[in-house]
Ligand binder design. Structure first.
Ligand code: SF4
Length: 99
């Protein structure tokens, strides 16, 4: 049985998600530089836009990736074209709106 992934372990998550997805080969594009490195807000916005474009072309985005991040709720990075903050706002799978 697999153990839960530690928060923020983006590279590991991507390795588990699939072996051939584009984000696996350039995890810093999706996760940003290592925590010790700095990134300007403009640099982050530009990097994240490119990551969103990679996700837009990914065949796993709407199926595997989105379901995966809804379950894992990563703390950083771009996943299925969404930021961690956007993913955190997604309703849980199977949740229903109040009548
Ligand atoms: S949708 Fe994006 S984050 Fe998800 S597997 Fe594809 S490239 Fe990676």
């Amino acid at each position: 049985m697999r153990t839960p992934f530690p928060p923020g372990s983006g590279t590991r998550l991507r390795e588990e998600l699939a072996e051939q997805v584009a984000c696996r080969f350039d995890p810093e594009l999706h996760d940003g530089p290592k925590l010790s490195a700095s990134e300007s807000p403009e640099g982050q916005a530009a990097r994240e836009e490119v990551a969103r474009q990679v996700c837009a072309d990914c065949p796993l985005r709407e199926t595997t990736c989105l379901a995966y991040v809804r379950r894992v709720r990563p703390k950083r990075g771009i996943w299925a074209g969404l930021t961690a903050e956007q993913i955190a706002e997604l309703p849980n799978r199977g949740s229903r709106k109040a009548a």
